[in-house]
Write a protein that binds this ligand. Sequence first.
Ligand SMILES: [Mn+2]
Length: 325
Amino acid sequence: MERFKEIRKLLKENEFFIITAHETPDGDAIGSECAMSLALGSMHKTSLIINADQMAHKYNFLDPDNRIKTLGAVDIPDDIAKYTLLILDTNDIENIGEVAQEILPLVKQYFIIDHHESDDEKINKNLITSNASSTCEILYDLFSSMEIPLTLSLATALFVGIVYDTGSFIYPKTTAKTFKIAFELVSKGVNPNEIYSRIYESNSISALRLQSKVLSSLTLFYDQQVAVQEMSKEDLEECQAMYEESDTIINIPLKSEAIKVSVFFKENEEGLLRCSMRSKGNIDVAVIAQHYGGGGHKTAAGFKSAYPLEKMKRKVLEKLRIYFQ
Ligand SMILES: [Mn+2]
């Protein structure tokens, strides 16, 4: 396939790769990193996986050999100038965190594989398919076109990314093709019930406490159509929870029919404030995220806040006003 020409060439002509993904790596980020590393292994290439942030424990099963490393806890190779950096599941360089400062300037070249909205220049130079359900869906097509053997571990990694990013095959970018790929992966032996349990039934008790804490901060706006939740770094400490464990809390308010937008302001352990947004129907939260230097999809987007919480909350609510007049 034509759209894979550049990346196929890059993977064939280079020997050394560092694979990374966005900060607070989610199921699609981890799944696509593991899948890429397995595919490169089958091509007898050397690859390292290095992320800015630690991954949630529930994904450990995808990485039995502890190949996924966190920046700061890994030695950067002396011959890093030989390496090609593969950036997965984000096309925003700022989203790869410290990897942008500590690795990107040192490598030979970089290439992005992603499914978030982007601009034409990036799309032409990289592999960015914004109608794909997940980065793992793109990787499935890429690897099929390269005739990379679909082993059970590779199929499992791809399945995790697809299940996570489609909310178990229900989010807007879920298509017949997504199911077709899932059919192929399950045919290779992937067990959907086991994967569900790994992703959605493996949280810690501290994650449950954190969820209860954050839900109690819930406030509704615009005739109870916009839900806002908050999490401070003190909440994390009090619940002894990891920042990564807060990632699905934003979806809870959307289970109410009346709620059209869910906004979640969350601080990480260092006190850095991030705003995540989810919406239903025609409300485009990516526009708001882009306005504040972030990005995402129409119904799922976020950005790092340049302002303190109360000020940022007022600004976001003001941007949402047009949908609720
Ligand atoms: Mn993704």
